[in-house]
Design a binder for this molecule. Sequence first.
Ligand code: AMP
Length: 139
Amino acid sequence: MAETIFKRIINGEIPCHKVYEDEHVLAFLDINPISRGHTLVIPKEPAETLDQLSDDASAAIGRVLPRLCRAVQRATGVQAYNVLQNNGAGAHQAVFHVHFHIIPKPNTREGLGVGWPARKLDHAAAAALADEMAALASE
Ligand code: AMP
């Protein structure tokens, strides 16, 4: 994969406002925050999208994500937050290195605005889809 700006941050080639680092994970403030405390959590493993990330790197992220959410809450004094993880340009991904956004939601104006075009579930189609996905998930 092409070298991304996040790989350059991991390598120390460009600076960041670091929040957390361990052997597998780095967290730092987003350079264009949509609310105060907007933080990015990234694996050091270079995967473009979450589906390409190894189990070990995923586990390392999962181990620290709640702790980082608590740090964002306590530092900002904001209890409500969204964790956002975009995959693919069509899903608003701009940097092709896996990252999780932790975004405080202090009020209706700041933080993440969510479009949620919900429809009624077709239960017959859903049963077949869930079966297919269950088989794929256990491969
Ligand atoms: P996404 O749309 O999920 O790919 O989000 C990429 C995020 O990376 C955006 O919120 C950017 O503001 C952020 N970003 C890009 N370059 C940097 C940088 N050098 N330091 C910190 N955050 C960055």
